[in-house]
Write a protein that binds this ligand. Structure first.
Ligand code: UT7
Length: 331
């Protein structure tokens, strides 16, 4: 009997309208378009504006678009997993809010917190439910409103991050497509280099935590960069090796969009040429859990059934990993 795999059968994204350009950032912090472009590859990012609007607003738009595009009834969805580090609230989960917002009344739902690797962790988790035959329609979302935790006076973070959401539908297939292999790792020793210190149980919000600016994401950029380059490239290479994939066999590298230089290092290590590397960092920046589904959304029309994709990510935690999948449809 053929193995049941979990295949992505549709993808949709959503980015807010407001465009924060490098030029506007030049008026906010000591930086330049030239520095940002050459050090990161980013030209602009999107920002979700409006009082009381959380990550779920973008997740709901992406999922509604996905349901429409794939001709799927919201009532038929059995499970929704949302990867995010910027949930609407500490609880309930943003996935619960999104489920209600799209009318997925028969689904159960929960969030996964793995920062920039969140979408990959969620995809691997969701795929298990499909491979075992338990569920037939599962949605995986990667969504972050990074602007809600960014200090727009800190030039080492505010130039990088943006807001956005992407969602995929996972369904079972007996064809030779879908998620073939995944490999993940985390190391909490990285917590000190990239975190948001307050707002959790260790430092609940007080006047002091606000005055100390502890409710913003902080990073030791150079250290994160070093670990990202090594681990993302290592894991992308590892998944190729254990699936006997040569650089020629790989049709697309789908890399987390943190910094163009990290992506280039990963592609080099794999031996994959630039024309096979999905990139959209220049227009969205780093949307944390949103980057990989937003890439799939942007490149969907270029993807062909049977294409070999290697997805790779590295982020806060530290967390990292790679997924090898065969694309399941022609658009
Ligand atoms: O998604 C996962 C999470 N994050 C990442 O993966 C981010 C990984 N790190 C990075 O992408 C890079 O480290 C950054 C883009 C954050 C910084 O680039 P860098 O090449 O590592 O710069 P640096 O931190 O080593 O700083 C070099 C110089 C410093 O000045 P001095 O000390 O040499 O005079 C910084 O103060 O660049 C300065 N600098 C800036 N200058 C203009 C730092 N940020 C800026 C800025 N504009 N925005």
């Amino acid at each position: 009997m053929a193995k049941t795999r979990a295949a992505i059968t549709g993808v949709e994204g959503y980015v807010p309208d407001y465009v924060l350009t490098n030029q506007e950032l030049e008026t906010m912090v000591e930086t330049s378009d030239e520095w940002i472009t050459s050090r990161t590859g980013i030209k602009e990012r999107r920002i979700l504006k409006g009082e009381g609007k959380g990550t779920s607003v973008m997740g709901i738009k992406a999922v509604k678009g996905l349901l429409k595009k794939t001709n799927t009834n919201a009532e038929d969805i059995e499970l929704i997993i949302c990867a995010t580090v910027t949930p609407d609230m500490t609880f309930p989960s943003t996935a619960n809010v999104i489920s209600a917002g799209v009318g997925a009344v028969n689904a159960f739902s929960y969030d996964i917190s793995a920062a920039c690797s969140g979408f990959l962790y969620a995809l691997t988790t969701a795929s298990q439910f499909v491979e075992t035959g338990l569920y037939k329609k599962v949605i995986v979302i990667g969504a972050d409103k990074m602007s809600s935790i960014i200090d727009y006076k800190d030039r080492t973070t505010c130039i990088i991050f943006g807001d956005g959401a992407g969602a995929v539908l996972l369904e079972p297939t007996e064809e030779e497509t879908g998620i073939i292999d995944s490999i993940h790792k985390s190391d909490g020793a990285g917590a000190e280099f990239l975190n948001m210190k307050a707002g959790g149980s260790r430092y609940p919000a007080t006047h002091e935590t606000v005055d100390n600016m502890w409710h913003y994401a902080r990073q030791d950029g150079a250290t994160v960069f070093k670990f990202a380059v090594t681990n993302m490239a290592d894991y992308a290479a590892k998944i190729m090796e254990r699936n006997n994939l040569s650089a020629d066999d790989v049709d697309w590298l789908v890399p987390h969009q943190a910094n163009k230089r990290i992506v280039d290092a990963t592609a080099n290590r794999m031996g994959v040429t630039d024309n096979k590397v999905m990139m959209n960092i220049e227009k969205y920046g780093n949307t944390t859990a949103g980057t990989i589904p937003l890439l799939l959304w942007d490149y969907e029309k270029q993807l062909k059934k049977g294409d070999n994709l290697v997805l790779a990510a590295f982020g806060g935690g530290f967390t990292w990993g790679a997924i090898y999948l065969k694309w399941a449809y022609n658009s």
